[in-house]
Design a protein. Structure first.
Length: 144
């Protein structure tokens, strides 16, 4: 076990599919039990890093009994691309780049890493965040 407590973030992006809860469970159990890390569950994909207060600390009790449950306890969306984020105002739709908000929120939450569980779109966003040069966090791990 590490002497340093680290906090990692985890989100599920894109559409719902089998195995998401099992992946969440595996990450939490490994991070908490084997490494003594904290896991911050980010709700509704990247939306949870765009909007405030859409995160929660996860521990072993939160993931108990997840294996037979379908879906994702974190929620998921495929409409929260921080580089192409749609905002409605006075009946008009504006497309904004809110990637800096994601970067700042990740830093504010003290994330040392981000695990993105999703498909091509989610992983493409994660890769783009990693390569922005803004230093979102030390590392981005991508899981399919």
């Amino acid at each position: 076990m590490s002497d340093t407590i680290r906090r990692i973030g985890m989100l599920t992006g894109g559409g719902d599919c089998p195995g998401l809860n099992a992946a969440i469970r595996a990450v939490v159990k490994t991070a908490v039990t084997e490494y003594g890390w904290e896991v911050l569950g980010i709700e509704d994909g990247f939306e949870g890093l765009i909007q405030p207060h859409k995160v929660r600390l996860l521990d072993a009790t939160d993931v108990r009994g997840l294996l037979p449950r379908g879906g994702t306890i974190l929620g998921s969306t495929n409409r929260a691309n921080p580089f192409h984020y749609e905002v409605r105002s006075n009946g008009a739709v504006k497309v904004l780049d809110v990637s800096e908000t994601v970067v700042h929120r990740a830093r504010d939450y003290g994330l040392a890493g981000l695990i993105v569980i999703g498909g091509d779109g989610s992983l493409r966003i994660a890769q783009e965040l990693m390569h922005t040069g803004q230093g979102i966090i030390d590392g981005v791990q991508q899981a399919v």
